[in-house]
Design a protein around this ligand. Sequence first.
Ligand code: NAP
Length: 301
Amino acid sequence: MIYDIIIVGAGPAGLSAGIYALRSGKSALILEAKAYGGQIINTPDIENYPGIKNISGFEFATGLYEQATSLGAEVKYEQVISIEDKGDIKIVGTEENLYECKAVILATGAKNRKLGLEKENELIGYGVSYCATCDGAFYKNKDVAVVGGGNTAIEDALFLTNYCNKVYVIHRRNQFRADPKDVDQLKEKENVEFVMNSTVEKILGDTIVEGIEVKDQNTKEKKTINVSGVFIAVGQEPDNTMFSNLVKLDDSGYIIAKEDCMTNVKGIYTAGDCRTKTVRQLTTAAADGAVAALAACSIID
Ligand code: NAP
């Protein structure tokens, strides 16, 4: 079988692309390495998706998944390891199969950025976490730190204040880039302490996190903060190296595409956080899915 469109990634961009492809009468296979939903599945509360006042990331992603599959999108949990451009036909390889299609949409999202500290990898699951909604409940009545100043960090900190004894928010600047409304809400919490202009220099503890060493960027003074958990929320980075021989990437590894979601290769499109763009939000990911799918449909008979 030759699919009309193969979509790589079942996050908001990929699933939205599936919905638009199916509603245009095309067949679509969505290949996902892990689980549907992408990063949004870890967001406790979405309050900025137009038309929905409040919804959890899991509920949103599940609704999107059900909408795409009920229309007929096929979803397979296989890791894509190769894409070959044969002109009008593209061959997409996974560890299990080879699939043929007329157009590909790359919607691979982004992965959590790491701080790059010694022990950071070693202590994942032993106090180091990148997902407060997944792991927060393990830190009930304990002291934890959240690192970062974006929406994820502030939302994580808000979430953790419900469980933890104390939440330290460590941010490298004196201003947050997160939505001011959420920052104000966090400031109202009694069990939060902001450690501004500071970077985490070390994660302390041999087999389990016992604390962090923090350096004040102004005074250069270092101090230890005793915590059982450190939630790292310092943004995302793309994971597109596998496609570097197929499509053009920018210096940071994002697939180069404008608002039309077209890459430099005919028949290969990109959608969501994996492409070059200025606003990486749920709304723009869903919008990209629609734009990329309709562009792909327009070149298919
Ligand atoms: P982000 O907006 O890129 O913020 C990353 C934060 O980490 C920034 O405050 C940054 O500091 C800091 N940072 C980056 N590298 C660092 C390092 N090496 N050491 C210390 N700090 C570092 O990432 P995000 O919060 O994950 O959000 C990603 C995108 O998703 C954003 O567009 C965000 O708006 C969106 N998002 C939306 C929602 C929502 O709407 N509900 C929820 C979550 C995320 P600087 O500020 O100094 O650069």
